[in-house]
Design a protein around this ligand. Sequence first.
Ligand code: ZN
Length: 211
Amino acid sequence: MQCWNCHTDFAPGTLLCPRCGKVQPPAVGATLFDAFGLAPRVDVDIPELEQAYRERSLQVHPDRYTTAQARERRFALEQSTLLNDAYRTLKDRAARAFYVLKLHGLDLSREDLGTQKDMPLDFLEEVMQLREALDGHREKGALEAALHMAGDVSVRRSTALAEAEAALRQLLAHPGQDAARTEASHALARVRYFTRFLEEVDAMEEEALEG
Ligand SMILES: [Zn+2]
């Protein structure tokens, strides 16, 4: 990488030129991990991430560049935006796992992929059972029973997330391992489903409190 201002070479992930101190733009195709100078990974030390976020955010904070030339102001804004996105995603275990899978070509946040149709049958049965039970509780206004279910679903979500992480560690160690990729995507589809289920129970609880 080379400084746009003084042409000094610097290491990837450098925010400020070591010679002239000008803010550098994010690399083309920079990942959220690149924003922290990290290789893609499943396990992130959160206190370290927080500290790096604070330090790096300060370095490129747009307020520091209000009198800089337009080009540098734009780079500062781009770096800040990337850092904020990266921090929000990487500090959250589930969001991080979805992102690692996305880096391997599978974006489960896209609804149009129809990921459900290649899901194992037992998962589809599980979804149907949960759905019927929750609808039943909702009709009867049985909030306690719904909350009890949520406790159980929350445990299932943790288990599925741990499974996804194990598969993603495999995938990162051996890229191109289709079995690990499929396993991670199935586990994360379950995580996504359970998360939505828990949000629905939350909404039920809020409604009950308001009513
Ligand atoms: Zn420079």
